[in-house]
Design a protein around this ligand. Structure first.
Ligand SMILES: [Zn+2]
Length: 66
């Protein structure tokens, strides 16, 4: 298993989309923006486009460190 890639589900059509981790400093990810009161301030936003042609939904993945 490659550590640099994760598979996420499109929030709309649930299609699986493989995305690449932006860097090793942000090992955790979420489709919901982490809250500042969780002590998470360093967040990288990555825009992802659904590969399903009939969906083509765009959404954000939030990468962060704890
Ligand atoms: Zn989709």
């Amino acid at each position: 298993m490659c550590m640099g890639k994760v598979v996420v589900s499109c929030p709309k059509c649930k299609s699986k989309i493989q995305i690449t981790r932006p860097d090793s400093g942000h090992p955790f990810w979420s489709t919901n923006k982490p809250e500042k009161d969780e002590g998470i301030t360093d967040i990288v936003e990555q825009s992802v486009e659904c590969k399903n042609q009939t969906c083509a939904s765009k959404f954000l993945i939030y990468w962060f460190d704890k």
